[in-house]
Write a protein that binds this ligand. Structure first.
Ligand code: ZN
Length: 188
């Protein structure tokens, strides 16, 4: 168990599409998963992708308990998504405001409301899970990372970009009003 350094925007590892995981019981892979969990929790993230600890493999973690960084986020059970594939369930979208452990700003971007994810767990067992609302946004954010994407790629209105401190001071109240109808629809 260890906390690993998180590469920041501009580090090439964040821009390289990750490679599918094939060997689940390699000790290095299991240690990677444990270290990603530790690193995500230490940084108060809602999710983390393997390339955010510098490893270009197709695995991410999501999980929200009580989170000081994102106090408004409904809980998500700690889940390891290996080789995840998103299926968009309908055409409904919503405007989120996202931050990232690898990007020092936040901003507005569009996310699908209802998705199903097909993935494997950390031991290679396949499963499918439906995510909606804020949880669906978190999954889309992490799966973007695994393809080499970052939130800045999706910001259609660059004037929405703020520092975290300025979001707290100037943007949080409006954002909470905007997502109030989304929170009750969020699952799991
Ligand atoms: Zn991120």
């Amino acid at each position: 168990m260890a906390i690993r350094p998180i590469p920041q925007i501009g580090d090439p590892v964040l821009r390289i599409p990750t490679t599918d995981v094939a060997e689940f019981e390699e000790p290095e892979f299991q240690v990677l998963v444990d270290d990603m969990i530790d690193t995500m929790r230490d940084a108060q993230g809602a999710g983390i992708a393997a390339n955010q600890v510098g490893v270009s493999m197709n695995v991410c973690i999501i999980g929200v308990e009580h989170n000081e960084r994102y106090p408004y986020k409904p809980p998500i059970p700690l889940t390891v998504l290996v080789n995840p594939v998103i299926e968009v369930l309908d055409d409904e979208t919503w405007l989120n405001n996202e931050g990232c452990l690898s990007v020092p700003i936040r901003g507005d971007l569009c996310r699908w409301m209802n998705i199903a994810v097909t993935a494997q767990d950390r031991h290679g067992e396949p499963f499918q899970q439906v995510y909606r609302g804020l949880s669906a946004g978190t999954v889309q954010h992490e799966v973007d990372h695994l393809a080499g994407g970052l939130i800045v790629d999706r910001m259609e209105d660059p004037t929405s970009m703020t520092t975290w401190a300025n979001f707290q001071q100037h943007g949080l109240t409006d954002y909470l009003a905007r997502i109030a109808p989304i929170i009750p629809r969020t699952e799991p």
